[in-house]
Design a protein around this ligand. Sequence first.
Ligand code: GLU
Length: 414
Amino acid sequence: MTLSPWWIAQDRVDIVSKRLGLEKWMREYLKSCKRVLDVTFPVRMDDGSVRMFSGCRVQHNLARGPAKGGIRFHPSVTLDDVKALAMGMTWKCAVMGIPYGGAKGGVACDPKKLSLGELERLTRRYTSEIAFLIGPDKDIPAPDVNTNAQVMAWVMDTYSENVGYSAPGVVTGKPIEIGGSEGRREATARGCAVSIQLACDAVGLNLPGARVAIQGHGNVGGILHRLLHEAGARVVAVADSQGAIMNPQGIDPVKLARHEKVKGTVAHFPGAKPISGDALFSVDCDIFVPAALENQLTGARARRLKARIVAEGANGPTMPEADKILAGKGVFIIPDILCNAGGVTVSYFEWVQDIQSYFWDENEVNENLERIMRRAFEAVAARAKKESVNMRTAAYMLAIERVARAIAIRGIYP
Ligand code: GLU
């Protein structure tokens, strides 16, 4: 049976809240989404026809601050998945200690099949459909799967044109020219790299020379490939949605990037052997990075996995059954809400810079990112040790506790 990400997300909250001794009403509160907006809207296509698209924006919890979370464009976007992702953002912001609640949005579409003009019209119409929910003090979108700085620029422009003034703080992950932050594009991968180094220290693995396999080669997997290579690790296998490749001697990220620019995929890279996407999970490696979509690491794949560290670059990549199997094998998992939190952390820096209209240089961004990643990793590791639980449970304990405390302090209105 395939469990839905929303079911898995709620179940996790239930288990951890019970362990924390939270009251039943608080558990129910934490398990539900504050606001769910479902939208369907028309977009004029290049050939003159009109197509209907469905999307949504979900705000899970606002107890610790305005809602924060990405917008994804993917054919498989469903409301339930977006609810799970929005909830994940609440925990991610809480565990990192950044003052936001959690949100997520999405449109069911395949942006690879849309022209640039169609993508722009879709983005602008979706933005206007959710416009009353978003704003610099209310809900701040950012890039997620298949969305990028250009998409954020259209969101910012559409919102700004409607309110009548420029509101750079309404989105993060936008181009530098309109109030984006240095280092934001690489931030998720950079945060992953920091947490992988810390995990290596924890298990006594030398990152230089360590073998890495990465599922997903976009903004997270692709940039992480380069960063880990620069740190001396050997990336022996990578996969994207169109193919997977392996080379035990290591895959050069610069040459692969050149190949991807031409072919649009890692597949058929001359410097490596083609393998199936499923075979990626059997590759000999020390560190495995799922940096694609949810539910990729199934029980069966976890049984075959050889890595000592799993670094969750994606949101929700590991199924509960796989979690148990990996724990039994003594694998060190860096949970998504910690591992990939570099993105939202630099989003926070971007928002702060926008509000102050005072911009930092890249060094300052990266240093602060590393400091916050390290602080969160150490807090989670300390909690894991104290409670004799794994890193995921410890991260959830910290996050849920912080959100529950904020709710309790604010009180129940009226
Ligand atoms: N989409 C990213 C995430 O899942 C970034 C969200 C943000 O920066 O607000 O964490």
